[in-house]
Design a protein. Structure first.
Length: 289
C-alpha cells in the first residue's frame, strides 16, 4: 500500500511539473534565430539611394567609435518589390504615447555592442521561405567622437536618436543625466566630455537612411529603416535543428557629419557647429557565425 502511494505522489509531481511549464517559452534545445550587431568603419559609405556618397561642401565628417546600438524593427523581405511590412517581421520594439504621440519607448530599448547578440527568437516562429533582403529600423546609437573644446581635442561620448519619434524620460552619459521627459524626433543628439555637455537637433530629413530599393520599395521619411541585401540569400526551411546566426553589419564610415564654422575638420559645438547627420551608412547582413 505504501509503495502505491509513493508511485501516485511521483506521478502527481510529474504532472504538476509538466503543467506548470510555460507553453510559449522556447524549448531548451530548440533551434533559434540569433541576430548580432557589427559596426564596420571600412564598409562603403552610402547615401539614401544605397550609392557611394561624397561629403557636401562646407561639411566635415568623422568615423565614430560606436559602443552600443538599438533597433525597434527588423524584417526579412523575400524580394526587391516586397513593400515595408509585407515581409517576415522578426522584431518590433516597445512604443508608447506617454509623450503625446506614438513614439519608441527608449527606456525599454534593447542595447547591444560590437558583435553582441541583439535578439534571439525560436526559428519555429519564423515563416519558412527564401529572403533576399533585411530591413532594420534603427533607434539609438552611442559611442565616442572627437570634439574641439577650448583649443584642445578631446574624446566625447555621443548619444544620437535615430528613430522616427522617441519618448525619453532621461539618459545618462558618463554619469551626467540628461532629463527630457518628452518626445524627440529623429536627429536629436547629445555629447558629454569631462563635464562639458551639449545637445541639439539635426534638421528634419537630414539623417541618411540607405535604401537600395528606393525605386521598388520605398520607406517613409524619418523612419530610419536601413535596407541591406544578403549576398546569397537567407533560406529558412522550418526543419532547422541548429541555430541560424545573422550578423547585421552597419557602415559607420564617416557617419558623423556636421556643418563647419571653422574649416579645420574638427567638430566644435562651442563654436556653433551643428550636427547634420548621424545615420548609418549602409547595411550588409551576413549569415553564419
Amino acid at each position: 500500500m505504501k509503495s502505491t502511494k509513493v508511485i501516485l505522489c511521483v506521478l502527481a509531481l510529474s504532472l504538476f511539473a509538466c503543467n506548470s511549464d510555460d507553453g510559449n517559452a522556447p524549448l531548451e534545445n530548440e533551434a533559434k534565430l540569433i541576430i548580432k550587431l557589427n559596426f564596420d568603419a571600412n564598409q562603403t559609405r552610402l547615401n539614401n539611394l544605397g550609392q557611394p556618397a561624397t561629403i557636401p561642401a562646407g561639411n566635415a565628417t568623422q568615423t565614430p567609435n560606436i559602443r552600443q546600438m538599438s533597433a525597434n524593427y527588423i524584417e526579412f523581405a523575400p524580394n526587391a518589390t516586397s513593400l515595408l511590412g509585407q515581409g517576415e517581421i522578426i522584431y518590433e520594439g516597445p512604443e508608447t504615447n506617454a509623450g503625446g504621440d506614438l513614439a519608441i519607448d527608449f527606456q525599454q530599448a534593447i542595447l547591444a555592442g560590437q558583435d553582441d547578440t541583439f535578439l534571439e527568437v525560436p526559428l519555429s516562429s519564423v515563416s519558412a521561405g527564401n529572403y533576399d533582403w533585411v530591413r532594420v529600423s534603427l533607434s539609438y546609437q552611442e559611442g565616442d567622437i572627437m570634439i574641439r573644446q577650448s583649443n584642445t581635442d578631446i574624446t566625447a561620448t555621443l548619444a544620437s536618436f535615430l528613430g522616427y519619434n522617441n519618448y525619453i524620460t532621461s539618459f545618462d552619459l558618463n554619469g551626467n543625466t540628461f532629463n527630457v521627459n518628452d518626445d524627440v524626433l529623429q536627429g536629436f543628439w547629445a555629447v558629454e566630455a569631462f563635464g562639458f555637455t551639449a545637445q541639439g537637433q539635426a534638421p528634419e530629413g537630414a539623417t541618411t537612411v540607405p535604401n537600395p530599393l528606393f525605386d521598388t520599395s520605398p520607406v517613409p521619411q524619418g523612419s530610419c529603416v536601413v535596407t541591406g541585401q544578403f549576398e546569397n540569400g537567407l533560406s529558412i526551411s522550418g526543419d532547422e535543428t541548429e541555430d541560424v546566426v545573422v550578423t547585421l553589419s552597419f557602415s559607420i564610415n564617416n557617419s558623423f557629419e556636421w556643418t563647419e564654422v571653422n574649416s579645420d575638420g574638427k567638430f566644435e559645438p562651442s563654436a556653433g557647429e551643428q550636427v547634420v547627420d548621424m545615420g548609418l551608412r549602409g547595411l550588409i547582413p551576413l549569415v553564419g557565425n
